[in-house]
Design a protein. Sequence first.
Length: 376
Amino acid sequence: MKPSLKPTRPEFSSGPCVKRPGWTPDALAGALLGRSHRTPAAVERIQAVLDTSRELLGMPSDYRLALVPGSGTGAFECALWSLLGSRGVDVLAWESFGRGWATDVEKQLAIPGARTLEADYGELPDLGAVDFARDVVFTWNGTTSGVCVPDADWIPNDREGLTLCDATSAVFAMELDWSKLDVVTWSWQKALGGEGAHGMLALSPRAVERLEAEPPPRGLPKIFRLTSKGRLAEGPFRGQTINTPSMLCVEDSLDALNWAKGIGGHSELVARSRRNLEAVAGWVEDSPWVRFLARDPRTRSSTSICLAFEEAGEDAAGRAKAMPARLAEEGAAYDVGPYRDAPPGLRIWGGSTVETTDIEALLPWLDWAYEETAPD
């Protein structure tokens, strides 16, 4: 039977993800619209985003943090183009974004001797095969596969190369070991339901040392330049952005960060996301038609919860299109289809801004939609 209860907020998109509970446009009332982003008041608001992010994430005091253009993609591209080239590179790829970074490293940057350690959707590459004498590029969480690294224990403290981590869909929902990460990037629209176009770039002291001591063997566009006269350019790390940001988006990000602080900080964000995963896990156990794409429970993402159909072939591919469409028609769930390169199934965002009660209300609708889209 068709369920009678619908999620209060049926937005389960993996990016932009749903805004924090209780959000209304009134949260943006304090935005400095029509003001130069270089005016002291605007720089102060941007700096507040940097400072609040550092505090919320427990970032070490000697790490540098900047707001950069181009969302999480722009932030990570900035890191790749600015830091790689002085030694070999290992890229870990087990879903679409990791494979995209591998393409950049191998074809665009053409790093000599670059290696890509790959795994199919649902699996991780062999982490024991990574060579930490080289620079290492990886996503903490595979947004399109629902597979994340279980921890950072596989990264040695005495590594020679840098670790560059795309943490876009993990940073505010999973525990990161900052001591193992030299570069960390994320965006606002996945992390806490913020607006797009802006990225965050965190650099360890080792990464700053690389920038200053070993300039990249290539020219850089203006929006990637993090140094000036051989030294770190301090401006971007003090609220003085490389190009013009949206002060409306800055205000929205600050609102989300302050909400996170108010509910208990990073530990509560992690707990909220874990509860969402646990709710789905309990339902999967009782649903014979579906499974997690990530077979190892230790590597199951609590944000991009990716499910695969037990059936295969044309029936599965058809359902992967039909089910999200039926759910959207009913107003029960929006944007729960799989990523275009992923196996047929569903993808449900379970990040910290999603209420577990909405996840629980969604699950009976998935069973209903599965039956409704049965092949003739």
